[in-house]
Design a protein around this ligand. Structure first.
Ligand code: ADP
Length: 274
Protein backbone atom coordinates (compact mmCIF):
# COMPACT_ATOMS: atom_id res chain seq x y z
CA UNK A 1 0.00 0.00 0.00
CA UNK A 2 1.33 3.50 -0.88
CA UNK A 3 2.15 5.67 2.10
CA UNK A 4 -0.53 8.19 1.09
CA UNK A 5 -3.23 5.46 1.11
CA UNK A 6 -1.84 4.10 4.36
CA UNK A 7 -2.15 7.50 6.02
CA UNK A 8 -5.71 7.92 4.73
CA UNK A 9 -6.61 4.51 6.14
CA UNK A 10 -5.09 5.44 9.50
CA UNK A 11 -7.12 8.63 9.53
CA UNK A 12 -10.33 6.69 8.71
CA UNK A 13 -9.55 4.19 11.45
CA UNK A 14 -9.08 6.92 14.02
CA UNK A 15 -12.33 8.57 13.00
CA UNK A 16 -14.42 5.37 13.04
CA UNK A 17 -13.00 4.29 16.39
CA UNK A 18 -13.63 7.72 17.92
CA UNK A 19 -17.39 6.98 17.64
CA UNK A 20 -17.03 3.91 19.85
CA UNK A 21 -17.13 4.59 23.57
CA UNK A 22 -15.76 1.31 24.90
CA UNK A 23 -13.54 -1.22 23.16
CA UNK A 24 -13.09 -4.50 24.97
CA UNK A 25 -10.75 -7.27 23.86
CA UNK A 26 -11.47 -10.92 24.76
CA UNK A 27 -8.37 -13.12 24.99
CA UNK A 28 -7.50 -16.66 25.92
CA UNK A 29 -4.21 -18.49 26.20
CA UNK A 30 -5.47 -21.49 24.28
CA UNK A 31 -8.38 -22.59 22.13
CA UNK A 32 -11.54 -24.37 23.16
CA UNK A 33 -11.98 -22.65 26.52
CA UNK A 34 -15.19 -20.88 25.46
CA UNK A 35 -13.75 -17.48 24.56
CA UNK A 36 -16.06 -16.95 21.55
CA UNK A 37 -19.07 -18.29 23.43
CA UNK A 38 -18.28 -15.77 26.15
CA UNK A 39 -17.82 -12.91 23.63
CA UNK A 40 -21.17 -13.73 21.99
CA UNK A 41 -23.02 -13.84 25.33
CA UNK A 42 -21.28 -10.69 26.58
CA UNK A 43 -22.38 -8.71 23.53
CA UNK A 44 -25.96 -9.96 23.95
CA UNK A 45 -25.82 -9.09 27.66
CA UNK A 46 -24.82 -5.50 26.79
CA UNK A 47 -27.62 -5.31 24.21
CA UNK A 48 -30.10 -6.63 26.82
CA UNK A 49 -28.91 -4.02 29.29
CA UNK A 50 -30.30 -1.33 27.02
CA UNK A 51 -27.54 -0.80 24.48
CA UNK A 52 -29.38 -2.62 21.67
CA UNK A 53 -28.20 -1.25 18.30
CA UNK A 54 -25.10 0.17 19.98
CA UNK A 55 -23.08 -3.01 20.38
CA UNK A 56 -20.64 -4.49 17.89
CA UNK A 57 -18.59 -7.68 17.71
CA UNK A 58 -15.39 -7.84 15.72
CA UNK A 59 -14.46 -11.48 15.19
CA UNK A 60 -10.70 -11.09 14.85
CA UNK A 61 -10.11 -14.85 14.91
CA UNK A 62 -9.40 -15.00 11.20
CA UNK A 63 -8.60 -18.72 10.89
CA UNK A 64 -10.97 -19.96 13.56
CA UNK A 65 -13.92 -17.56 13.24
CA UNK A 66 -17.00 -18.78 15.07
CA UNK A 67 -19.14 -15.73 15.81
CA UNK A 68 -21.24 -16.15 12.59
CA UNK A 69 -22.19 -19.67 13.74
CA UNK A 70 -22.86 -18.57 17.33
CA UNK A 71 -25.30 -15.95 15.98
CA UNK A 72 -26.72 -18.17 13.22
CA UNK A 73 -25.71 -15.71 10.52
CA UNK A 74 -23.26 -17.87 8.54
CA UNK A 75 -24.88 -17.23 5.17
CA UNK A 76 -24.61 -13.44 5.50
CA UNK A 77 -21.97 -11.44 3.61
CA UNK A 78 -20.32 -8.03 3.99
CA UNK A 79 -21.32 -5.43 1.37
CA UNK A 80 -19.45 -2.39 0.18
CA UNK A 81 -21.38 0.87 0.31
CA UNK A 82 -20.15 4.34 -0.68
CA UNK A 83 -19.07 5.28 2.81
CA UNK A 84 -17.62 1.90 3.83
CA UNK A 85 -18.51 -1.75 4.44
CA UNK A 86 -21.89 -2.58 5.95
CA UNK A 87 -21.60 -4.93 8.96
CA UNK A 88 -23.89 -7.93 9.29
CA UNK A 89 -26.67 -7.64 11.84
CA UNK A 90 -26.82 -10.27 14.60
CA UNK A 91 -29.37 -10.70 17.43
CA UNK A 92 -30.74 -7.53 19.07
CA UNK A 93 -29.18 -5.41 16.32
CA UNK A 94 -25.58 -6.36 17.21
CA UNK A 95 -23.22 -5.32 14.40
CA UNK A 96 -20.83 -8.07 13.36
CA UNK A 97 -17.70 -8.30 11.20
CA UNK A 98 -15.94 -11.62 10.65
CA UNK A 99 -13.66 -13.27 8.12
CA UNK A 100 -16.44 -15.85 7.94
CA UNK A 101 -18.49 -13.38 5.88
CA UNK A 102 -15.76 -13.27 3.23
CA UNK A 103 -15.33 -16.95 2.37
CA UNK A 104 -17.14 -18.89 -0.35
CA UNK A 105 -18.01 -21.81 1.87
CA UNK A 106 -17.51 -22.57 5.54
CA UNK A 107 -15.31 -25.60 4.95
CA UNK A 108 -12.59 -23.73 3.04
CA UNK A 109 -9.68 -22.78 5.27
CA UNK A 110 -8.36 -19.24 5.23
CA UNK A 111 -4.67 -19.62 4.36
CA UNK A 112 -3.15 -16.23 5.04
CA UNK A 113 0.13 -15.11 6.50
CA UNK A 114 0.66 -12.35 9.06
CA UNK A 115 0.71 -9.23 6.85
CA UNK A 116 -2.58 -10.12 5.12
CA UNK A 117 -4.25 -10.80 8.45
CA UNK A 118 -2.98 -7.50 9.84
CA UNK A 119 -4.37 -5.76 6.76
CA UNK A 120 -7.80 -7.37 7.19
CA UNK A 121 -7.94 -6.38 10.86
CA UNK A 122 -7.02 -2.81 9.95
CA UNK A 123 -9.79 -2.81 7.37
CA UNK A 124 -12.31 -4.19 9.83
CA UNK A 125 -11.47 -1.29 12.13
CA UNK A 126 -11.25 1.43 9.48
CA UNK A 127 -13.79 0.46 6.78
CA UNK A 128 -16.69 -1.20 8.60
CA UNK A 129 -19.48 1.27 9.22
CA UNK A 130 -19.69 0.62 12.95
CA UNK A 131 -21.48 3.91 13.59
CA UNK A 132 -21.87 5.22 17.12
CA UNK A 133 -21.40 2.30 19.50
CA UNK A 134 -21.39 2.01 23.26
CA UNK A 135 -19.44 -1.27 23.18
CA UNK A 136 -17.24 -3.03 20.64
CA UNK A 137 -16.24 -6.54 21.70
CA UNK A 138 -13.19 -7.87 19.91
CA UNK A 139 -12.91 -11.65 19.92
CA UNK A 140 -9.25 -12.52 19.39
CA UNK A 141 -7.78 -15.89 18.44
CA UNK A 142 -6.10 -17.82 21.26
CA UNK A 143 -2.49 -17.16 22.07
CA UNK A 144 -0.20 -14.23 21.53
CA UNK A 145 0.28 -14.22 17.75
CA UNK A 146 -0.28 -11.84 14.83
CA UNK A 147 -3.90 -10.84 15.40
CA UNK A 148 -3.61 -9.85 19.07
CA UNK A 149 -0.49 -7.88 18.20
CA UNK A 150 -2.22 -6.13 15.28
CA UNK A 151 -5.16 -5.19 17.46
CA UNK A 152 -2.88 -3.92 20.19
CA UNK A 153 -1.00 -1.78 17.68
CA UNK A 154 -3.97 -0.50 15.70
CA UNK A 155 -6.76 -0.07 18.23
CA UNK A 156 -6.80 3.44 19.67
CA UNK A 157 -7.54 3.66 23.37
CA UNK A 158 -8.81 0.16 24.21
CA UNK A 159 -10.56 -0.13 27.59
CA UNK A 160 -8.85 -3.41 28.34
CA UNK A 161 -8.78 -7.17 28.02
CA UNK A 162 -10.85 -9.97 29.50
CA UNK A 163 -9.07 -13.30 29.75
CA UNK A 164 -11.17 -16.45 29.54
CA UNK A 165 -9.80 -19.66 30.99
CA UNK A 166 -10.84 -23.09 32.23
CA UNK A 167 -10.13 -24.15 35.81
CA UNK A 168 -7.33 -26.63 35.22
CA UNK A 169 -3.74 -26.72 36.38
CA UNK A 170 -2.60 -26.92 32.77
CA UNK A 171 -4.25 -23.65 31.83
CA UNK A 172 -2.55 -21.75 34.66
CA UNK A 173 0.71 -21.03 32.85
CA UNK A 174 -1.15 -20.23 29.67
CA UNK A 175 -3.27 -17.64 31.45
CA UNK A 176 -0.24 -16.09 33.09
CA UNK A 177 1.18 -15.65 29.59
CA UNK A 178 -2.01 -13.90 28.43
CA UNK A 179 -2.04 -11.59 31.45
CA UNK A 180 1.63 -10.75 30.92
CA UNK A 181 1.00 -10.25 27.19
CA UNK A 182 -1.77 -7.75 27.94
CA UNK A 183 0.43 -5.97 30.46
CA UNK A 184 3.35 -5.81 28.01
CA UNK A 185 1.05 -4.15 25.49
CA UNK A 186 -0.31 -1.69 28.05
CA UNK A 187 -3.78 -3.24 27.76
CA UNK A 188 -5.46 -2.93 31.17
CA UNK A 189 -6.63 -6.35 32.41
CA UNK A 190 -10.37 -6.00 33.11
CA UNK A 191 -10.33 -9.45 34.67
CA UNK A 192 -10.29 -13.22 34.37
CA UNK A 193 -13.37 -15.35 33.69
CA UNK A 194 -13.29 -19.02 34.68
CA UNK A 195 -15.44 -20.90 32.19
CA UNK A 196 -16.52 -24.57 32.35
CA UNK A 197 -16.17 -24.26 36.09
CA UNK A 198 -17.87 -27.22 37.74
CA UNK A 199 -20.75 -29.34 36.51
CA UNK A 200 -23.93 -29.83 38.47
CA UNK A 201 -25.57 -33.18 37.73
CA UNK A 202 -29.13 -32.44 36.53
CA UNK A 203 -30.34 -35.72 38.11
CA UNK A 204 -28.86 -35.72 41.60
CA UNK A 205 -27.66 -32.10 41.96
CA UNK A 206 -24.10 -33.15 42.91
CA UNK A 207 -21.38 -30.78 41.77
CA UNK A 208 -18.40 -32.34 39.98
CA UNK A 209 -15.31 -30.30 39.16
CA UNK A 210 -14.59 -32.06 35.88
CA UNK A 211 -11.78 -29.72 34.82
CA UNK A 212 -10.45 -28.93 38.27
CA UNK A 213 -11.42 -25.90 40.28
CA UNK A 214 -10.38 -22.41 41.14
CA UNK A 215 -7.34 -21.89 38.85
CA UNK A 216 -8.75 -18.66 37.39
CA UNK A 217 -9.43 -17.22 40.82
CA UNK A 218 -5.99 -18.23 42.08
CA UNK A 219 -4.15 -16.68 39.13
CA UNK A 220 -6.19 -13.49 39.43
CA UNK A 221 -5.15 -13.25 43.08
CA UNK A 222 -1.49 -14.06 42.34
CA UNK A 223 -1.27 -11.56 39.50
CA UNK A 224 -3.39 -8.94 41.28
CA UNK A 225 -5.98 -8.64 38.54
CA UNK A 226 -9.76 -8.75 39.08
CA UNK A 227 -11.60 -12.06 39.04
CA UNK A 228 -14.92 -11.66 37.21
CA UNK A 229 -16.71 -14.94 37.90
CA UNK A 230 -17.23 -18.62 37.23
CA UNK A 231 -19.46 -19.95 34.46
CA UNK A 232 -20.43 -23.61 34.95
CA UNK A 233 -19.93 -26.37 32.42
CA UNK A 234 -23.43 -26.94 31.13
CA UNK A 235 -24.51 -28.83 28.01
CA UNK A 236 -27.25 -26.24 27.45
CA UNK A 237 -24.54 -23.64 26.75
CA UNK A 238 -23.00 -25.73 23.95
CA UNK A 239 -26.42 -26.73 22.60
CA UNK A 240 -27.50 -23.10 22.35
CA UNK A 241 -24.15 -22.27 20.71
CA UNK A 242 -24.72 -24.99 18.13
CA UNK A 243 -28.20 -23.61 17.44
CA UNK A 244 -26.83 -20.09 17.02
CA UNK A 245 -28.84 -18.60 19.89
CA UNK A 246 -26.57 -17.36 22.71
CA UNK A 247 -27.63 -19.01 25.96
CA UNK A 248 -28.38 -15.73 27.69
CA UNK A 249 -31.02 -14.99 25.04
CA UNK A 250 -32.45 -18.47 25.15
CA UNK A 251 -32.95 -18.66 28.91
CA UNK A 252 -32.88 -15.12 30.29
CA UNK A 253 -34.00 -16.04 33.79
CA UNK A 254 -31.66 -18.96 34.40
CA UNK A 255 -28.88 -19.03 37.01
CA UNK A 256 -26.34 -19.06 34.18
CA UNK A 257 -27.84 -15.96 32.56
CA UNK A 258 -27.60 -14.25 35.98
CA UNK A 259 -23.91 -15.17 36.15
CA UNK A 260 -23.30 -13.71 32.68
CA UNK A 261 -25.16 -10.53 33.63
CA UNK A 262 -23.25 -10.23 36.89
CA UNK A 263 -19.94 -10.52 35.00
CA UNK A 264 -21.22 -7.94 32.48
CA UNK A 265 -22.01 -5.54 35.37
CA UNK A 266 -18.45 -5.91 36.69
CA UNK A 267 -17.01 -5.24 33.23
CA UNK A 268 -19.25 -2.20 32.87
CA UNK A 269 -18.15 -0.81 36.24
CA UNK A 270 -14.51 -1.32 35.26
CA UNK A 271 -14.74 0.50 31.93
CA UNK A 272 -16.90 3.30 33.31
CA UNK A 273 -14.49 3.80 36.19
CA UNK A 274 -11.51 4.32 33.92
P1 ADP B 1 -12.90 -20.82 22.00
O1 ADP B 1 -13.45 -19.57 21.38
O2 ADP B 1 -12.15 -20.57 23.26
O3 ADP B 1 -12.13 -21.69 21.03
P2 ADP B 1 -15.65 -21.77 21.97
O4 ADP B 1 -16.42 -20.59 22.48
O5 ADP B 1 -15.68 -22.04 20.49
O6 ADP B 1 -14.13 -21.72 22.47
O7 ADP B 1 -16.16 -23.03 22.79
C1 ADP B 1 -15.64 -24.33 22.56
C2 ADP B 1 -16.77 -25.36 22.77
O8 ADP B 1 -17.13 -25.40 24.15
C3 ADP B 1 -18.04 -25.02 22.01
O9 ADP B 1 -18.61 -26.22 21.56
C4 ADP B 1 -18.94 -24.37 23.08
O10 ADP B 1 -20.30 -24.55 22.81
C5 ADP B 1 -18.53 -25.14 24.32
N1 ADP B 1 -18.68 -24.37 25.57
C6 ADP B 1 -18.19 -23.13 25.85
N2 ADP B 1 -18.47 -22.78 27.12
C7 ADP B 1 -19.18 -23.81 27.66
C8 ADP B 1 -19.77 -24.06 28.94
N3 ADP B 1 -19.66 -23.19 29.93
N4 ADP B 1 -20.44 -25.24 29.12
C9 ADP B 1 -20.52 -26.15 28.11
N5 ADP B 1 -19.99 -25.99 26.90
C10 ADP B 1 -19.31 -24.84 26.67
Amino acid sequence: MRSEDFNKEKERLRERMSNIKHKIVVLSGKGGVGKSTFSANLSVAFAMKGYGGKVGVLDADIHGYSIPKLFNITSERLYQADEGIIPVEGPLGIKVASAGFLVQDEDSPIIWRGPLKAQLIRQFLSDIIWGELEYLIIDLPPGTGDEPLSIAQELPDPDGAIIVTIPSELSERVVRRSVNFAKALNLPVIGIVENMSGFVCPHCGTRVDILGSGAGEKIAKDLKVPFLGKIPLDPRISESGDKGVPFILEDKNSEIAKIFLDITDKIESFVRGR
